[in-house]
Design a protein around this ligand. Sequence first.
Ligand code: CP
Length: 333
Amino acid sequence: MNFAGASILSVDQFERADIEKIFAVADKMEPYAKRQLVTRVLEGAILGNMFFEPSTRTRVSFGCAFNLLGGEVRETTGFKSSAIAKGESLYDTARVLSGYSDVICMRHPESGSVGEFAAASRVPVVNGGDGANEHPSQALLDLYTIQKEVGRSLDGLRIAMIGDLKFGRTVHSLIRLLKLYRNIHVVLVSPAELSMPESYIEEMRLAGHSVEVSNELTDGIGSVDIVYSTRIQEERFESQEEADLYRGRFRLNQQIYTKYCQPNTVIMHPLPRDSRSGANELDNDLNQNPNLAIFRQADNGVLVRMALFALILDVADQVDKSAREVNWYHRRT
Ligand code: CP
């Protein structure tokens, strides 16, 4: 694809070569993301960061990524702080804010809303999560993390996706991105009521991959490279009581990991994990497990989002030209 000026709305936009290009640029971002070098390649550019649902990682890492490339960030968080609360349409909001920004990132609770906004925007828009639909930059950073953690080609990967596969937009985007590789084996572990939408399973099978469906955690995690746990997306349920039916159903802890997983199985989660006592889908007793990749995964979000901005604003080959060392104390790891 031609990245320059493109919106990133869905993983369906990507071919395998596009992903390789993003990852190659992300690799080059490491000294900047670690604050060992600074670059001003996006000096003068403005990111409009619009988050109408709670977010820690996506919002802050998009903002950091833009700042680390030398650009400025303007944030809108929550409907109450936007004129949408006064009845302004997404169309008008997009027309106005795209006059103030060079690229916009947006999270919104409705499926398809970011695409609707992008259609009216005068600048590229990156989908930071639209309802239960898609979270393309998360899927890219997940795939980038998987590649780094397993240290080999993604062809032949075996992965278990666990939890709320009905409403979890991260797994919706990830499974569709994995479709681009060869001979993928996916185990889908969820309560029957929260299973992966059939269309995604069909797409995988039609592309020649194998998909196993289970509602037993211990069935699914024994012979995979990656266990990818997800939170029950309680904000998508009709009532709290309904969400409570499923919370805590699939808990991975160190004891279960030791008993059922291969010794090198990598543990991932898009985060936030729900660490309340009734949930704990990924127990804190895994925190010292060297295969717990969740914080490396979150760190990788900055690299991948820097790469997306550099490609969309067409400066990927200029980043190093303005590089210089930082002159303040910084961690070297
Ligand atoms: N993974 C993810 O989307 O996290 P946030 O909700 O904190 O952005």
